[in-house]
Design a protein around this ligand. Sequence first.
Ligand code: SF4
Length: 74
Amino acid sequence: MSQQEICERLAFCEFFISEIKIESIANRYKEKYCYSCKDACAIYMIFQSKGNDHIPANLYPNEYDKALKIIAQV
Ligand code: SF4
């Protein structure tokens, strides 16, 4: 695991609240992105450049193309 800090959005991230309800699957995403590499997360990319208001509830952390489109359009 890298030295990066846990994502500060984890407690309220819409991805886990609205989209992923199965704990084992959620944990896989958390290990891959939230606990170790938030900068690689598509949701976090939008948060950093455009803020919370532009994050779709159904966006997955690996959907970079969608994230880049949203960032370019907003
Ligand atoms: S899914 Fe992405 S934005 Fe949400 S808590 Fe994890 S790293 Fe942060």
